[in-house]
Design a protein around this ligand. Sequence first.
Ligand SMILES: *[C@@H]1O[C@H](CO)[C@@H](O)[C@H](O)[C@H]1NC(C)=O
Ligand SMILES: *[C@@H]1O[C@H](CO)[C@@H](O)[C@H](O)[C@H]1NC(C)=O
Ligand SMILES: *[C@@H]1O[C@H](CO)[C@@H](O)[C@H](O)[C@H]1NC(C)=O
Ligand SMILES: *[C@@H]1O[C@H](CO)[C@@H](O)[C@H](O)[C@H]1NC(C)=O
Ligand SMILES: *[C@@H]1O[C@H](CO)[C@@H](O)[C@H](O)[C@H]1NC(C)=O
Ligand SMILES: *[C@@H]1O[C@H](CO)[C@@H](O)[C@H](O)[C@H]1NC(C)=O
Length: 305
Amino acid sequence: MTNSAIFVVLICTLMSSLIEANSNYDGKFESCYNFNYMTVECKLWNASAVVRIVKGPSQHFTLLFNTEDHPQELRKLNLTEGAYSNFLPIIQVVMTDVNMDGASGPFINQRHLQYVQLFNNSLQEFPRDFFRGIPNLRQLEIYYQNFSTLSNHHLSEISENLEFLSLTRSSVKNIEAEAFSKFHQLTYLNLSYNSLTELKPCMFNGLDSLVNLHLQGNKITTIRPGTFVTVLNLSALSLDGNPLDSLPQKIFTYLENLEFVTFSGNQNENTCKALLKGLNRLTYGFCGSIAITGPYKEVACDCRC
Ligand SMILES: *[C@@H]1O[C@H](CO)[C@@H](O)[C@H](O)[C@H]1NC(C)=O
Ligand SMILES: *[C@@H]1O[C@H](CO)[C@@H](O)[C@H](O)[C@H]1NC(C)=O
Ligand SMILES: *[C@@H]1O[C@H](CO)[C@@H](O)[C@H](O)[C@H]1NC(C)=O
Ligand SMILES: *[C@@H]1O[C@H](CO)[C@@H](O)[C@H](O)[C@H]1NC(C)=O
Ligand SMILES: *[C@@H]1O[C@H](CO)[C@@H](O)[C@H](O)[C@H]1NC(C)=O
Ligand SMILES: *[C@@H]1O[C@H](CO)[C@@H](O)[C@H](O)[C@H]1NC(C)=O
């Protein structure tokens, strides 16, 4: 190639990258500009919200939705079915402060989408239809919402391949029986800082792979016998910061893999021993205010004369 040909190629490449950066994705957005060299920020139509489109490794994109400083009513996004189906390949979606009521299948067939985070969206009910058609969702975090109930129906559109679910600080009072029953791959469940009052058998049915269960900072007074018999693979369980009355005697008995456990209540050394007997893998935690430093072992008497 001659020098001038190289120059022309360079100019064309430069022009096309400028044009790409300045496009608004075929009118999908009202306007877009280069936020930095990895990120384009676009203003959404008919809402005082913006989305930052961040290019990650392997040409997969993260979409960060956020509000501009405007009254609540203008924060509603128009997320109709397939709204982002034929968009760039998306790996992660984060929605902060925006209102997404009525969203229905906006990410259908985004098969690279693995991580979704919904923060402070004033949701009064679990946004079931938002998750329609996201086949490979693995990690879901939902904080600062206001739903009182979680049921099997609410979670029915979420991929059964989900591995990580954190649904905290969202005023959840009731979890219906079988709510999580299809999540056989889930290894982490965090329901901390909700308003749960009672744990029952059937609540955690189906969670065969669960390793981490966190329930701190709820209002749990009662744990029914048999609550944990369906999560035998637990290795970490936190129940601290709950007004627990007393615990059923054999509540932890079958959790042979338990390494970490912490729960509140006015426990004494004997109740701790009784509750944690036989848990040979325990390494640390708290039984009420008593620190657990290892498995409770029968102290053999020192019988030498
Ligand atoms: C914006 O809102 C108006 C009125 O509600 C509607 O007619 C129009 O189609 C909307 N524009 C887009 C791009 O959604
Ligand atoms: C929502 O978006 C659809 C197309 O994506 C458009 O037809 C409709 O007018 C929009 N509605 C509002 C209220 O902006
Ligand atoms: C949630 O959003 C409201 C306004 O909609 C704001 O006042 C509040 O600080 C936000 N809370 C968090 C935890 O982000
Ligand atoms: C949550 O919902 C309850 C009742 O449904 C309501 O009284 C309360 O104000 C709501 N809180 C927020 C932060 O939206
Ligand atoms: C569970 O979620 C709460 C609230 O988001 C967080 O503070 C806590 O660290 C989480 N617990 C674990 C063990 O991941
Ligand atoms: C239980 O945990 C062990 C080790 O963490 C793992 O190898 C095993 O596959 C798990 N069982 C199930 C049913 O997930």
